[in-house]
Design a protein around this ligand. Structure first.
Ligand SMILES: [Zn+2]
Length: 144
């Protein structure tokens, strides 16, 4: 380091040394700012990734719960009794081929519509009252 001597003999730092000290301090502060900014960005990215992961997990959990509830509803009638076994086939009542035919314990095969009309009369009544077709109830069986 360059030093200048004043008249009393004490040494003072040269102007170049003062500039170097200021420069070093400025560079150090700038570097620390850059490092802090980088750490903030990394911490933000980690927090964002954790947040996205939590949202995805919650969404997946809700979707699975909804699918499980749908499965249970598909296997149970509205009155809580289980539906009979089903498969593809021809309805014995309306003679239509369907993807979902219920195999009744009596050996009869019914499509979903005929099953609803024949096996769940309370459902039939509720449906007909809901649609305002109460007077046409006599023909609902024939149209199946
Ligand atoms: Zn049918």
């Amino acid at each position: 380091m360059f030093t200048l001597s004043n008249q009393s003999g004490t040494s003072l730092p040269s102007p170049a040394a003062i500039d170097l000290d200021n420069w070093a301090r400025t560079v150090t502060l700038t570097n620390m700012s850059i490092v802090m900014l980088f750490l903030l960005v990394v911490a933000g990215a980690v927090l964002l990734a954790v947040l996205i992961g939590c949202i995805r997990m919650l969404t997946r959990h809700m979707r699975n719960a909804r699918a499980a509830e749908k499965d249970i509803q598909a296997k149970l009638r509205p009155d809580g009794l289980p539906y009979p076994p089903s498969g593809r086939g021809m309805c014995d009542n309306c003679q239509k081929p369907e993807d979902k035919i219920y195999y009744m314990p009596s050996g009869k095969r019914l499509c979903a519509e005929c099953y609803r009309i024949l096996e769940m009369p309370s459902q039939k009544q509720a449906t007909l009252e809901g649609t305002g077709e109460g007077n046409k109830g006599e023909n609902a069986f024939d149209s199946c």
